[in-house]
Design a protein around this ligand. Structure first.
Ligand SMILES: [Zn+2]
Ligand SMILES: [Zn+2]
Ligand SMILES: [Zn+2]
Length: 198
């Protein structure tokens, strides 16, 4: 797609400024909860004439312009509108329409299931090879600042609200382990009245 694509949208008044995007669909004066937009204008929904285009208001008129991060070289992550040509697996270039399984989202587009599986297998092998360099000692996995898988030593980030004792499965090696959240006691003292010095 030409990054300079600029196709006038005659259906949409250049005075309209309220526009939402829902996937590739552009919605002007969107209704909310079945009630007309507060500006009183009619809701209009349009899909771009070609994948990768979205509507942009330029000098008081609406145009379809290229939103494909790859065509535009914008480097935008999790790009909203991807053109047909660039709607491919970031690793093996399989087109989205040829996929048989749900792909994984990625900042640069998507990763197809077979590529993701291959990456996961590699990450597991690397982690296990690294951990095999030293003998296993369960003490290496006690009272740590972070949750570390006792099979492959991958550090697993745990949000504060997920603290607790539970059984877990490591995303990297699929190993099962038990997590215990250890609390340590600390003491704080503060003088009451005047500090005793003699
Ligand atoms: Zn493109
Ligand atoms: Zn792939
Ligand atoms: Zn692991």
């Amino acid at each position: 797609m030409d990054k300079n694509t600029k196709i006038l949208i005659p259906e949409i008044s250049g005075d309209w400024t309220e526009r939402l995007r829902s996937g590739k669909t552009n919605i002007w004066n969107a209704c909310s909860h079945d009630r007309p937009h507060r500006n009183g204008l009619p809701e209009v929904r349009l899909d771009p004439p070609e994948e990768g285009l979205y509507a942009e208001r330029i000098d008081g008129a609406w145009y379809w312009v290229s939103g494909c991060a790859k065509c535009n070289g914008s480097g935008e992550k999790y790009s909203y509108s991807v053109c047909e040509k660039h709607n491919i697996c970031r690793l093996c270039s399989t087109h989205r329409s040829k996929l048989t399984e749900t792909p994984w989202g990625h900042p640069e587009g998507f990763t197809c299931k077979p590529c993701q599986d291959a990456e996961d297998t590699l990450a597991k092998a690397e982690a296990l090879a690294k951990v095999a360099e030293t003998d296993y000692d369960e003490w290496d996995y006690r009272n740590l600042d972070e949750c570390k898988c006792p099979h492959c030593a991958t550090v697993i980030h745990i949000e504060t609200e997920d603290y607790g004792d539970k059984n877990m499965e490591c995303d990297t090696c699929k190993g099962l382990f038990e997590l215990t959240t250890e609390y340590s006691v600390t003491f704080t003292t503060k003088v009451i009245g005047d500090r005793v010095t003699q």
